[in-house]
Write a protein of this length. Structure first.
Length: 291
């Protein structure tokens, strides 16, 4: 994002606020940002965005940031998270953003292109995390529409308990005939990516990740996702159009990514003896991931 903004305006200045996954730091962040008197704030992620701007239920058309324009990005479902009314009409005077998540039907079609007989998906989710629970509900509804079976395993409690539930759940999925495990929307699984993907691999189960880095840096099999750099460029374009206009941020619709990359972990594909059909290989970027 910074590269794109500097290309558009070489004189632009940045302040970075990093909560480092510390809830106490995040709770203090709105006051720190307001004291900085910024021209515009970009928020990254659902939890951060909700903390910084508040929800519709809390602020209606307003925002915790007052008159400061805000652009959110990497928010999986800003409508269900009560951040905006819709992608075309945000309903928040000073808030708009970007959309980068791949539609789940695209993910399912991608799996069917890799594995033509695909009909059974596994999902580990956190019922205590709003995003993860909503993703389970979305995938469960989609399974009925698209005609595939879903085996979903909830993980609860602190990290040690969740790790145990995850390991047990993956073994259950293998026994149930799951063909792919989908990461869905889970900060816990993303944080413990190596343990998650290696456990799945030990059971011969490929992982579909919405996060490309889990293919490059861990043992996920496949990612169908917008590239992080391209997401940053889109957020920069949204930010700059606001900075260069007298219009309020909320008058702009949420911008959507339109191109997604298929990234395949070649080393995992070899271990699983699972390769896309030859006539599809030109669509994939192949990486060797973490060895």
């Amino acid at each position: 994002m910074a590269d794109q903004l500097r290309a558009m305006d070489p004189g632009i200045e940045f302040l970075q606020f990093d909560a480092a996954r510390d809830e106490n730091v995040l709770a203090r962040m709105p006051d720190l940002v307001k004291d900085a008197k910024l021209d515009l704030l970009v928020t990254w992620g659902t939890r951060v965005t909700r903390q910084m701007v508040g929800t519709k239920a809390e602020f209606n058309e307003g925002s915790r940031m007052g008159d400061m324009p805000v652009v959110f990005t990497v928010v999986s479902d800003p409508v269900a998270s009560d951040i905006v009314d819709s992608y075309t009409e945000t309903g928040r005077t000073q808030i708009t953003g970007t959309r980068n998540r791949v539609p789940e039907a695209v993910n399912i079609n991608g799996l069917r292109r890799v594995m033509p007989d695909f009909n059974h998906l596994g999902l580990i989710y956190e019922p205590e995390a709003d995003n993860s629970l909503r993703k389970f509900e979305e995938i469960n509804a989609l399974s009925k529409q698209e005609g595939f079976h879903l085996t979903a395993v909830p993980v609860r409690g602190g990290d040690p308990a969740k790790l145990q539930h995850m390991a047990t759940g993956i073994a259950q999925m293998k026994a149930a005939g799951v063909q792919f495990i989908y990461l869905g929307s889970s900060t816990f699984l993303e944080t413990h990516a190596d343990t998650f993907t290696e456990t799945a691999l030990s059971h011969g189960l490929p992982v579909l990740s919405p996060y490309e880095k889990l293919v490059h840096e861990s043992q996920a099999y496949l990612s169908i996702a917008a590239r992080d750099y391209d997401v940053g460029k889109l957020a920069a374009q949204q930010a700059m159009r606001i900075l260069n206009s007298d219009a309020q941020a909320g008058s702009y619709p949420v911008l959507a990514m339109e191109e997604f990359a298929f990234v395949l972990n070649g080393s995992v594909a070899k271990k699983l003896s699972l390769y896309p059909p030859l006539d599809m290989m030109q669509l994939f970027e192949v990486t060797e991931g973490r060895q």
